[in-house]
Design a binder for this molecule. Structure first.
Ligand code: TA6
Length: 301
């Protein structure tokens, strides 16, 4: 059973809500909430009341179901299983699976917790998977996958992050310009992002070989979120737009206007091959940059 750790700067506290186990991390005014199931972060407020993540107002909050929003962890594959959908659920089983607290820490500098996947079906029962979450002046999330078996194994994954935005016509990710991407809405045909991305229709793109740092600029909220990523071969950008939003029972109909997914991933054919005892780290950090940082806010969308 998790014991709460509380210091005057940071804390890790276990709570129960709707009979579901949550962890609440705090650090000098910053707050993070995660559900133990799926090691699923559902809220991140760097300071004051500034929520950076989006969660659907009609998200399913049931045992065994992933929450629509926050940071679902897609693992051990992204999208449909590459052999056949019968192999398992879209985006893998981790996001609806049981995790346990392996360690927790709270001190002057940070609050952190390590969560371990409790069990996995063959052939993943010989793979150790843990999620390392750290709250300091930013949020850091890292998935550590270690092949404890005797055979090589392929792993796909993504940190399927739903960001809260002011409006789809007020945001930009400048670093996408000139990148190649595969467009799921056009049978994964390859294109080049020749100018600023426009979120004015269904967007479902796998950007290839992205830079390790991108910024989510939001003119409406006058903020820049700096996103650093590692271990990813791709960066997925998704907005379901109106028709798909309506088709999902856990996605509120208007929600598509105030969310954008930016997901460091090992997607499509870019799965990671792990030989015995090899490990892979997939992670991201999210940092709200001071809104007065006009270097970006002044950029026209
Ligand atoms: O990351 C984009 C995507 O692969 C979309 O194609 C869409 O399926 C989205 O993930 C949501 O998937 P989910 O299984 O969470 O409904």
């Amino acid at each position: 059973m998790v014991q709460s750790t509380v210091t005057h700067s940071s804390s890790v506290v276990l709570t129960l809500r709707n009979n579901l186990e949550y962890l609440e991390l705090s650090h000098k005014g910053a707050r993070l909430e995660l559900r133990l199931q799926g090691a699923h972060i559902t809220s991140y407020k760097p300071f004051g009341g500034t929520e950076l993540l989006w969660v659907s107002s009609i998200a399913h909050l049931q045992q065994g179901k992933a929450i629509r929003g926050g940071i679902p962890i897609c693992w051990p594959w992204f999208g449909a299983h590459w052999i056949s959908p019968e192999q398992g659920p879209q985006h893998g089983f981790a996001r609806a699976s049981e995790f346990k607290v392996i360690s927790q820490h709270a001190n002057e500098d940070r609050a952190c917790v390590v969560l371990g996947l409790v069990s996995a079906p063959k052939p993943y029962d010989t793979v150790a998977m843990q999620v390392e979450i750290e709250l300091s002046d930013q949020l850091s999330v890292q998935v550590r996958t270690t092949n404890k078996g005797k055979e090589p194994i392929e792993i796909g994954a993504a940190l399927h992050t739903y960001f809260q935005i002011s409006d789809t016509n007020q945001v930009n990710i400048p670093e996408l310009k000139d990148l190649q991407y595969k467009d799921k809405t056009q049978d994964f045909e390859k294109f080049t992002q020749s100018d600023s991305i426009e979120i004015n229709q269904e967007i479902d793109r796998v950007y290839l070989d992205p830079p390790k740092k991108v910024n989510l600029l939001d003119l409406g909220l006058e903020r820049r979120i700096e996103i650093n990523t590692w271990g990813n071969t791709d960066l997925v950008v998704w907005n379901p737009w109106v028709v798909n939003a309506k088709s999902m029972t856990d996605f509120d109909n208007e929600g598509y206007q105030s969310m954008l997914c930016i997901e460091p991933a090992n997607a499509l054919g870019n799965r990671v091959l792990l030989n015995p005892e090899e490990e892979h780290l997939l992670g991201k950090s999210i940092c709200l940059v001071d809104a007065s940082d006009n270097n970006y806010i002044g950029v026209t969308i």
